[in-house]
Ligand binder design. Structure first.
Ligand SMILES: Nc1ncnc2c1ncn2[C@@H]1O[C@H](COP(=O)(O)OP(=O)(O)O)[C@@H](O)[C@H]1O
Ligand SMILES: [Mg+2]
Length: 300
């Protein structure tokens, strides 16, 4: 569990865009498309995204300085907040006005920057809440107790398999409150998978995670892609972004200011400006440096 051999360099997806790389560039197979999505809080325009497309079955990092509007954009896309204007679609279906619960059922699930694991529920109960079949519990149980029992066993088996994958199975009966910050992040990711999503949006999955768990979290994110899912994640750690992202989208002051493959985007002056203001001599790779990724042959 603890000994992680140097992880191999992940296989990056390439050629996902159409035409010249620039902010808002079209994708060959976008899973999510947003157009003119704008959210204002009083006089502050938190999000003002003209056009953005998220490539399917790839790992896209959404980066940008604090206050850039990343979390607000996540909230809008997943139905946890409503924009003042704009439209966006998932798998070609409009999501405008669709509630967070329905968005999740359609296959788009997100985790939160601050974990929402319910402290006074057990780890297993937290997992069960992630199941889309949980909603009808009372109705099912009252009319068809036998069928419900069968469904419940199915849900528990699925939960236990996921907990095993995330090394949390031994904690299944403990309160979520007893988990470390990193374990809660793992629990949140495991719970998100209960609904068998197609697009998983992770808001700062590494924040507050003990270095001992970061490698395992990284691998879990890479596994989502191998399992056919699409990942969009917010992250400040540029080492991690470089290591696992196929594509990077940069937000600043509510707008998408640049996008592209990680190596190229991080050399873009607009990106360096957005992050560093006048301190352009600093290497973006050292901004956080919370985790160290074994260097691949190609990376400098
Ligand atoms: N509910 C809210 N009410 C007022 N202002 C908000 C609210 N949520 C976010 N903001 C503001 O919107 C801007 C973008 O915030 P946020 O989306 O959290 O940025 P990021 O996640 O990129 O750090 C910030 O200036 C923040 O203070
Ligand atoms: Mg945020």
């Amino acid at each position: 569990m603890s000994s992680n051999p140097a992880s191999p360099t992940p296989v990056k997806s390439t050629g996902m865009h159409v035409g010249t790389i620039r902010a808002g560039v079209a994708k060959k197979d976008p899973i999510l498309i947003a157009d003119g999505v704008r959210r204002q809080f009083g006089g502050l325009v938190a999000v003002d995204v003209e056009h953005v497309e998220i490539p399917r079955n790839a790992i896209t990092a959404l980066i940008g300085p604090n206050g850039a509007g990343k979390t607000t954009f996540f909230n809008l896309l997943t139905g946890f907040d409503q924009p003042n204007e704009g439209k966006w679609s998932f798998n070609g279906k409009s999501l405008a006005g669709v509630s967070a619960y329905k968005v999740a059922r359609m296959g788009l699930i997100r985790t939160f920057q601050l974990t929402k694991a319910l402290s006074l529920l057990s780890v297993m109960d937290n997992m069960k809440l992630g199941s889309p079949d949980q909603k009808g519990e009372k109705l099912w149980a009252s009319f068809f107790p036998v069928l419900w029992k069968k469904k419940e066993i199915e849900i528990e088996t699925q939960a236990l398999n996921l907990l095993k994958r995330f090394n949390l199975d031994t904690k299944q009966s403990e309160y979520a409150a007893s988990l470390s910050g990193g374990q809660r992040k793992l629990l949140e990711m495991a719970r998100a998978l209960m609904s068998k999503p197609e697009l998983v949006m992770l808001d700062e999955p590494m924040a507050g995670v003990n270095p001992a768990l970061t490698q395992s979290l990284l691998e879990h994110i890479l596994n989502l892609k191998s399992a056919g899912m699409t990942v969009l994640f917010v992250e400040h750690d540029m080492h991690m972004v470089r290591h696992i992202a196929d594509w990077v989208i940069v937000m600043a002051e509510g707008k998408v200011v640049a996008e592209g493959p990680p190596g190229e985007v991080m050399k873009n002056p607009a990106v360096i400006d957005a992050y560093l203001g006048s301190h352009q001599e600093i290497d973006l790779g050292t901004i956080t440096g919370r985790i160290s990724i074994p260097k691949s042959g190609k990376e400098k």
